[in-house]
Design a protein around this ligand. Structure first.
Ligand code: ATR
Length: 290
């Protein structure tokens, strides 16, 4: 029940109308009996003013989405070292001095992989894409001990730049940039593949970034960051060649869970995270197989 003591959290970005984050945070508030409401705030232009205004209004915390994940940093009193390294902030936490920026996309993806039973340590990984979503995945692979990452992207220059940045900032030289068409040069073994391009996203549901079956024979497990649709063409192609495949809804779940933990100084037990996940799946019309 909203009353005179209700704390406000929200999402800033443009657009924000499609967001599923209110489902995550308002369900958590309900489960914990926290007097907290989470709302979307479309920010058309001035993200700096929006952040200062939110601070003045005693907003407890914010999520940040496209197109402000790096631009928002100029409005913060502090940036967590991990977010600084990745160069992207998706969560703001209220402090005495102002908002402090964090990146929960990267640990959210790691928690999602763990929850799906997918191991990263010592693994050989194919990472598809070098845009915003792929950044979190590339830093995650370096930080959590993937043995080798083959970073395949349509624009080779962007793959090269991201590989160089990860090496410089983490000290691990584990990323080998390649052009998409070069997958034939990959070593003869099976890989964990993380699909971090925007190809296959609704409404382009009949597309995958690579279509050839020969590529999918190299994959033992495929994790698609896309979750709409819930059975992407990439997942279908992985499964057709006998691999296991997951969509990215748990990454969305856990980046939200970690933000909620930071705002409220709590830790969310796994059974509660899974209750929120059920609600998310229901809202998205995803069945139990998803
Ligand atoms: P996001 O935030 O979803 O990562 P992004 O930063 O725009 O979005 O990155 C999109 C990613 O999908 C990039 O890796 C992009 O490849 P380029 O770097 O070559 O642009 C990739 N991508 C988008 N459309 C593609 C297509 N039709 N074929 C291959 N890759 C594509």
């Amino acid at each position: 029940m909203i009353d005179g003591h209700t704390k406000v959290c929200g999402l800033i970005g443009n657009p924000v109308g499609h967001t599923m984050s209110p489902v995550i945070h308002n369900t958590l508030a309900e489960l914990f009996s926290h007097n907290l409401a989470y709302v979307p705030f479309p920010v058309e232009k001035d993200v700096h003013q929006a952040v200062l205004g939110a601070y003045a209004l005693d907003v407890l915390g914010l999520n940040v989405t496209v197109p402000y994940k790096s631009k928002v940093m100029e409005a913060l009193s502090q940036v967590d070292p991990l977010a600084e390294k990745i160069g992207a902030v998706n969560t703001l936490v209220r402090t005495e001095e102002g908002f402090k920026g964090y990146n929960t996309d990267m640990p959210g993806l790691y928690r999602a992989l763990c929850s799906e039973g997918i191991r990263l340590e010592g693994e050989k990984v194919i990472l598809l894409g070098a845009g915003g979503a792929a950044r979190a995945a590339a830093f995650m692979c370096a930080q959590w001990g993937a043995e080798q990452v083959y970073l395949l992207n349509r624009s080779y220059g962007k793959a090269q730049a991201l590989a160089g940045e990860v090496k410089e900032k983490t000290g691990r030289d584990c990323i080998c940039p390649m052009a998409l068409g070069e997958y034939g040069n990959l070593p003869e073994e099976k890989f964990l593949a993380i699909q971090a391009t925007s190809v296959g996203l609704y409404p382009d549901v009949d597309k995958a970034v690579i279509e050839e079956e020969a590529f999918y024979r190299k994959i033992h497990t495929g994790y698609d960051l896309v979750y709409k649709p819930a059975n992407t063409r990439f997942m279908q192609l992985v499964k057709k060649q006998g691999g296991q495949a997951c969509h990215g809804l748990k990454m969305l779940l856990y980046q939200g869970i970690i933000a909620y933990e930071l705002w409220n100084g709590i830790s969310v037990p796994e059974h509660m995270a899974l209750q929120v996940y059920e609600k998310l799946k229901h809202k998205m019309g995803i069945g139990d197989e998803g």
